[in-house]
Design a protein around this ligand. Structure first.
Ligand code: DGJ
Length: 737
């Protein structure tokens, strides 16, 4: 080993030199396609040199001569007060400065991953920060986070605590971020990074993805492209308030910081207590936005979500079908109907509980998880019996973090809610909802017991829809001391995590959906315990094309609940044909959100066929690699994406018309992600046309399909009475020998 290599500590899939720990100066953390290079010279500031495409050890050792970022890797506040920082603290003696220096580097195996820990110590105070990097052999995502602790006599007040910092070389760099609102979640915004500060943040306290998302992509080569271009993706994996900052100053770098939102949340850290920041997941790809998405999806399925490698059941959820109008006969009929269409699971939504305060609307009952026998005389047992009779599994809705003032729980324990002392509370949904204070261990027990009681009494429950319909409006904990009121937001999410750990330890197999008034919990903070999330309360198929497009930037289809609903749509009142609604829903985790009794036999037959066909493509959609092809944001009149199996022997192509104008010129969409040398047979799924398309059953090479695509007829050839402005296509591509 030469002199330079002796100085390199590489955590690489290919090269791993653990022996170099003691003399480490240059630390290289590798995934298959990316490298992070740091200068961790003992006694000096930890320096970020590089993050980008995978580089060799030799290039890493010459990085500085090529021009490297050479910025503090975890910038601390105090001695140079001008730039943005990742960390700031007030020591127990009132000193507001930090001076963190490298104290050591350590590498160890960490479950299925490789962990590199760089220990930083303050030059004067007994104050330590561990900067962690975790990689996995099968994932092109790198996780970074910090552990902050001290040995000072009194408490240290943490006033900023980012999970990580990345300098991105200044240039024609575009930021893609997700924004929205309730019922309109996860739209994509893309703009070049301009001078000044871009801040993306959340202050909801409970949910964090209705309005903005804690995930962003940086396209380093100008306007974002789906399948080409150097791209960095970053996801802060947190369920609570977050803040992402991108500061474009006069230096040669855009400075990206991501972490818990520190606003109104300074944290008093006791001696010996460890403050662990949430994981910031980073991925680099030369293959554009979709390349980064594929990396995140694979990492998520393998490491960051519950049962990511398992296929999801096709379900009917009762909400849009009956809303609060739950009754035994109605539930039984819905189960019969979904079973008759080939579905596998029925989920009873809100409205089934409350004895003193029956849950007939959203104003009462939350907190009292006892069956309303007026509606369900034979209780949950009766429903489970029905489910067995119809051959489907049974699932149930709960909102365990919340309470209504009109509930027996609140009457007994008003001290359990989040509420500011000496103030009239502000209420949430329905005018009487409040948040339970999950930082309080007694409340944690209550929330655990809600799930535990249901699961113990009814072990047949296969699926839980876990909802959360309110922001944390009142800043006040009746549990925390006066000094620690600023811990409210952070301790809430620590409490949530503790609860979910406990639930998963006892009930590892139950499927749990994270719902939060629609897509309020589409985040990697909760996914380790949840199997999927409800993407939006908006089930309108056209709007879902946009919502699901943005969601797919970071989240795999297996996590993305996507339901066929009624027309006119309950949120937009738009009328769309069932075929279009089916074709959109089939690009995610397929389900239904409808009253089947209102469907015609013909409509049920179409759904039956779609469900059968979905079963055949489910592994490709839910476990495959995504290639987004034509963005609805490009306003070309259509949108299109496809999934391919890892072996590239099967693929599913989706195409949806998004605008209808007579004689409009729609683009032809080249495919992607196929094996150029394989030959694929094309079969249309969910066909409604009177005659097959010209390419039906024909074979084409992957190369031809990727160079040219196929010409999509932009109208369906159906009887006059069936014509409308909508069109959509789902094509199955199967490699032939
Ligand atoms: C909000 C959810 O997003 C809906 O799907 C439904 O479960 C309602 N809550 C029930 O109150």
């Amino acid at each position: 080993m030469n002199r330079i290599l002796n100085r390199i500590f590489a955590v690489s899939l290919a090269v791993f030199m653990a022996s170099a720990v003691a003399t480490a100066e240059i630390v290289k953390v590798d995934t298959k396609s990316s490298s992070m290079v740091l200068d961790a010279t003992k006694g000096k500031k930890l320096k970020h040199l590089y993050y980008g495409a995978n580089i060799t050890d030799a290039d890493a050792s010459s990085l500085k001569s090529a021009g490297a970022a050479n910025r503090d890797a975890y910038p601390d506040y105090g001695l140079i007060t001008v730039p943005e920082t990742a960390l700031s603290a007030v020591h127990s003696d009132g000193n507001m400065t930090l001076d963190l220096r490298v104290d050591g580097v350590e590498h160890r195996k960490d479950g299925k991953g490789d962990l590199t820990v760089i220990r930083l110590k303050d030059a004067y105070y007994p104050f330590t920060v561990n900067v962690n990097y975790r990689t996995y052999p099968d994932a092109d995502v790198m996780e970074t986070w910090t552990d902050i602790l001290h040995g000072e006599k009194g408490t240290v007040k943490l006033t900023r605590f980012a999970s990580g910092y990345i300098p991105v070389r200044y240039g024609n760099v575009w930021l893609s971020n997700l924004y929205g609102a309730w019922g309109n979640e996860t739209h994509v915004d893309a703009q070049p990074l301009a001078h000044g500060m871009k801040v993306i943040k959340n202050r909801d306290g409970v949910r964090n993805s209705h309005f903005a998302h804690s995930e962003v992509m940086f396209s380093l080569d100008g306007k974002p492209q789906e399948n080409t271009g150097r791209t960095i993706g970053a996801a802060l994996c947190y369920s609570g308030n977050y803040k992402l900052r991108i500061d474009t100053d006069a230096s040669d770098y855009h400075h990206f910081f991501a972490g818990i939102n520190e606003e109104d949340s300074p944290y008093n850290l006791k001696k010996g207590e460890v403050f662990t920041t949430p994981v910031l997941a980073l991925s680099y790809s030369n293959d554009g936005l979709s390349g980064v998405s594929r990396n995140f999806h694979r990492w998520a399925r393998n490491h960051r979500m519950a049962h990511g490698n398992e296929l999801r059941k096709i379900l009917l959820n009762s909400w849009e079908g009956v809303y609060f109008d739950i009754n035994e006969a109605g539930m039984d009929k819905m189960m019969e109907d979904i079973a008759s269409m080939g579905g596998e699971l029925f989920v009873m939504d809100d409205g089934w509980f409350g004895v003193k305060y029956p849950r007939d609307n959203d104003k009462v009952g939350l907190g009292d998880w006892r069956v309303d026998k007026r509606k369900l005389p034979n209780g949950i047992d009766g429903l489970i019996k029905s489910a067995r009779k119809h051959g489907v599994k049974f699932g149930i809705w709960i909102e365990p973090e919340m309470v209504n003032v009109k509930s027996e729980l609140f009457e007994k324990h008003p001290e359990y809610v989040v509420k500011a002392a000496n103030r009239e509370p502000k209420y949430g949904r329905g005018g009487g909802q409040m948040v339970l204070d999950l930082g309080n261990p007694a409340v944690q027990d209550i929330v655990f017991t809600i799930v535990d009681t249901l699961m113990t009494k009814y072990p047949d429950i296969d699926y839980i829809k876990w909802d959360a319909n309110m922001s944390q409006l009142n800043h006040g904990s009746q549990y925390l001391s006066a000094d620690n009121q600023s811990h409210l937001f952070i301790d809430y999410h620590k409490g949530l995590a503790k609860n979910l750990d406990r639930i998963r330890a006892k009930y590892p197999d139950v499927t749990i959906q994270a719902c939060a008034g629609g897509g309020g919990r589409a985040n990697y903070g909760v996914l380790p315990w949840f199997d999927e999330f409800w993407v939006s309360d908006n089930t309108d198929a056209l709007q879902r094309v946009y919502i699901q497009w943005g969601t797919s930037y970071f989240y795999p289809a297996v996590a993305m609940a996507s339901h066929i609903s009624a027309t006119p749509n309950h949120q937009t009142h738009r009328v769309t044909p069932l075929k279009y609604r089916i074709d959109v829903a089939m690009s995610g985790r397929l389900g239904m959100e409808i009253q089947p009794q209102n469907m015609t036999e013909e409509e049920k037959a179409l759904c039956r066929k779609a469900i059968e066909e979905y079963k055949s493509i489910r592994p490709v959609v839910q476990q495959g690699d995504i290639y987004r092809l034509l963005s609805p944001y490009d306003n070309q009149g259509a949108a299109s994406l496809m999934y391919t199996s890892p072996e590239k022997d099967r693929a599913v192509f989706f195409w949806w018309k998004t605008e209808a104008f007579r004689n409009k010129q729609y683009p032809r969409v080249p495919m992607a992600g196929l094996d150029p040398d394989k030959t694929y047979r094309v079969t249309e799924l969910n066909r409604i046309d009177n005659k097959p398309m010209k390419f039906e059953g024909k074979t084409f090479t992957g190369r031809f399909l990727m160079d040219n695509g196929l010409e999509m007829p932009v109208n369906h050839s159906v009887d006059n009475s069936q014509r409308n402005e909508w069109a959509s296509r789902v094509l199955l591509l199967e490699a032939v020998k």
